[in-house]
Design a protein around this ligand. Structure first.
Ligand code: FE
Length: 168
């Protein structure tokens, strides 16, 4: 009897520890932390809807959907570098698509079970702003991944030529 009670207690403690560990791993601390009131002031209505409320822009309406200029795509909320034009491709989905972020540290992946789907949400690793989702139907010759990103969540900086500083 004593052993049974002891084992039950161990089980309860084990579950408690495991549940807490799970919660901790889901809580990413971002460098840029602002209140929702501050974000509302800084962002346009559409930017706030997508970046802070995890909304989605209408397919085929985004500024960068068919944007083919060399440069870097940054976070529209915090200007952190997120994607390079070198990794952009036309997925035909109606949203800008990249086969990888500019660096492994630039984005964070979250599990997203909303709308009855199991998806991987992609957020900016600097401010936590919602960018879009990642799917495993990208170009097979490279990563096989498709980072499907809202144009609204991005800004763009044209690449400058290193030697002369002249814009491409
Ligand atoms: Fe950001």
């Amino acid at each position: 009897m004593f052993i049974k009670k002891y084992l039950t207690l161990i089980g309860i403690i084990g579950c408690f520890v495991a549940c807490n560990a799970q919660e901790k791993s889901d809580t990413t601390v971002f460098k840029v932390n602002k209140t929702e009131t501050e974000w509302k002031k800084e962002l346009s209505e559409e930017e706030y809807y997508v970046l802070r409320q995890k909304g989605t822009e209408r397919a085929g309406t985004g500024t960068y959907n068919h944007h083919e200029v060399n440069g870097v795509y940054t976070c529209a909320a915090c200007q952190f570098e997120l994607f390079s034009s070198d990794n952009k491709y036309d997925s035909g989905s109606g949203w800008p698509a990249f086969d990888r972020p500019i660096s492994e540290e630039s984005v964070v992946e979250n599990k997203d079970s909303s709308h009855g789907m199991q998806r991987v949400e992609i957020v900016c690793s600097n401010c936590g702003g919602h960018l879009g989702h990642m799917f495993e139907d990208g170009p097979r010759q490279t990563t096989g991944l498709r980072y499907c990103i809202n144009s609204v969540s991005l800004n763009f900086e044209k690449k400058k030529k290193a030697s002369s500083g002249e814009e491409k």
